[in-house]
Design a protein around this ligand. Structure first.
Ligand code: ADP
Ligand code: MG
Length: 561
């Protein structure tokens, strides 16, 4: 087969341009990205071999290797992992499958200045392509384990790349960066310096569970120095807590979370006894763009005694904590454990309950100890967490205790339910809320008039899930949660002289009008009544206390119920 020249997909091209003209100041991270891919490839091969012993692959010395060639100004990162087939190279390297990248590029075009752009790059990360920040040409040679033919991919990061078959490629993948010319002004980023490579690996990739080796260049006349392993390979979750720095935890998070930003919170849990496990969980600082899509890959990594078993292990946390990243290392599971078995395992069930409580209590702690961090968390993940109010009755109270909501009490500061109750007026029994599309539209609702007039606080709920949980939960610490759009709400007379007697009298006075209105609207309504809830608008439509509100009706309809 001759060499094929292929065009990058449009998004890929844009991304490459960005890398080539990168404003991202921390270029060192390209090495972390390549090492991270190599490590994933080794994990995948080990697992595939475990499942299928007949796979023709050598797994006797799985490792990552970094080679420097000062004269040629190249840096090569090599692994003997799963590799890629010819077609896979085209699919995985030539295109960008990640749907978030389109969003990213859009936001990037809108970013006004270099600082904004840098922030965005840091936020999305671009994996393999980050090599083009430091190289003007990248060559990848790969052979998929079990296949006989290899593939060479080359690109200068412009519009095209080439693909060609190679006969004698070793198993796995090697990525060779042809480094950009040295900048005499800037010795700090000399990627041909073994010393600097050692530092970067130590800083970003120490915890990688495969050996990362560096083969020194042959110095003239010197005796050949030995191969050096750059990383300690120690699992962070197995090391004593006070021996691990925040930075180390953060680098692990970036590797497993495919995120370039630091996490918001690191959570450690150690369970001893009959079912032993260690967990290291992270709350990200930003919600991923695809959190609410069907193909969001949720779940943490599962290890068994330091051996990686699977990614996205969804049995370990409930769906409403799907944004949590991390590692769970269990001592007493089989290396062959399957997703189906995990779903039914009693110990896993117990683990899930424990981890769930731990995450919730961590957020609760954040709330008391670090308001600002809690606010960030809730802004990013509150909507997801509220799903738990409907789906996880066991933790309902815990979630309610750490939830906060927009409220008429303050224009921008959300309130907790506890805060709301503390501010309740004398004689107010219930907690009032109104759900709608936006704060603005809710505040303009006629339903709000009487409440505003009487200075009664109303929670302003704008997430689609709000009505569902408010309905399902019903009350908070004995106080009913009531929609101001539903049923008869007696706010009490504003002026003392309007007692019950007067209401009756008035209803009698208006009986004729009310009756006529009821007749006219018969098809659409149940009842017409006088109300104390309006101050400016002449009339409004309310639902019965037990009816679905229009928004809920829509939602259930959409869910096919
Ligand atoms: P990500 O790692 O987040 O998926 P990357 O851009 O880093 O994104 O890599 C894209 C894909 O290319 C990977 O998902 C993987 O399938 C493939 N890939 C990259 N490097 C390697 C490698 N060393 N061995 C095997 N596959 C690789
Ligand atoms: Mg990657």
């Amino acid at each position: 087969m001759p060499t094929e020249t292929l065009e990058f997909q449009v998004e890929a091209r844009q991304l490459l341009q960005l890398m080539i003209h990168s404003v991202y100041s921390n270029k060192d991270v390209f090495l972390r990205e390549l090492v991270s891919n190599a490590s994933d490839a080794l994990d995948k091969l080990r697992l595939e071999k475990l499942r299928d012993d007949s796979l023709d692959a050598d797994v006797s010395d799985l490792h990552i290797e970094i080679d420097i060639d000062r004269d040629a100004r190249t840096l090569t990162v090599r692994d003997n992992g799963i590799g890629m087939s010819y077609d896979e190279v085209g699919q995985l390297i030539g295109t960008i499958a990640n749907s978030g990248t389109a969003t990213f590029l859009q936001e990037l075009r809108e970013a006004k200045d270099a600082a904004g752009a840098e922030g965005l790059i840091g936020q999305f990360g671009v994996g393999f392509y980050s090599g083009f920040m430091v190289a003007d040409e990248v060559t990848l040679v790969t052979r998929r384990a079990g296949e006989s033919q290899g593939t060479r991919w080359t690109s200068r990061g412009e519009d095209t790349y080439t693909l060609e078959p190679v006969g004698d490629a070793p198993q796995g993948t090697s990525v060779t960066l042809h480094l950009k010319p040295a900048d005499p002004e800037n010795q700090l980023h000399d990627y041909t310096s073994p010393w600097q490579i050692r530092e970067i690996v130590k800083r970003y990739s120490d915890f990688i569970t495969w050996p990362i080796r560096m083969v020194p260049e042959q110095g003239e006349g010197d005796e050949a120095p030995g191969v050096e392993t750059l990383n300690s390979m120690k699992a962070l979750w197995a090391r004593p807590r006070d021996e691990v720095s925040d930075d180390e935890y953060h680098e692990l998070y970036k590797h497993i979370g495919h995120d370039w930003r630091d996490p918001l919170e690191t959570i450690r849990l150690q369970a001893e006894g009959t079912f032993e496990y260690q967990a290291l969980l992270f709350l990200p600082a930003h919600a991923p763009h695809d959190l609410f899509t069907r193909d969001f890959r949720r779940g943490v990594q599962l290890y068994v005694r330091r051996v990686f078993i699977m990614d996205d292990c969804e049995a370990l946390l409930p769906p409403y904590l799907r944004f949590v990243k991390g590692v769970v290392d269990a001592a007493d599971l089989s290396l062959n454990v399957s997703r189906e078995i995990l779903q039914q395992d009693r110990h896993i069930e117990m683990m899930r309950r424990r981890l769930t409580k731990k995450v919730l209590s961590t957020v609760k702690d954040m709330m008391t100890k670090d308001q600002e961090r809690y606010a960030t968390f809730w802004r990013e993940f509150g909507t997801v967490l509220k799903e738990g109010l409907v789906t996880d009755p066991e933790n309902r109270d815990a979630i309610l205790a750490l939830a906060s909501f927009a409220s008429t009490h303050h224009d921008t500061e959300p309130t907790t339910l506890k805060g709301y109750v503390e501010r309740m007026k004398d004689g107010q029994e219930d907690i009032y809320y109104l759900a709608g599309e936006s704060r603005q539209s809710i505040e303009n609702s006629p339903h709000m008039e009487a409440f505003r007039d009487r200075g009664i606080e109303v929670l302003l709920l704008t997430d689609p899930v709000d009505e569902v949980w408010a309905d399902a939960v019903g009350e908070y610490e004995g106080r009913k949660l009531r929609s101001v759009a539903k049923g008869q709400i007696d706010l009490g007379a504003k002026d003392e002289d309007k007692g019950d007697g007067e209401r009756e009298q008035r209803t009698e006075d208006y009986a004729g009008l009310l009756g006529w209105m009821k007749e006219q609207l018969d098809e659409d309504i149940k009842e017409v009544r006088l109300s104390s809830r309006l101050t400016v608008s002449p009339a409004c439509v309310v639902s019965d206390a037990n009816d679905l509100t229009p928004a809920l009706e829509n939602m259930y309809r959409a869910m096919g119920q």
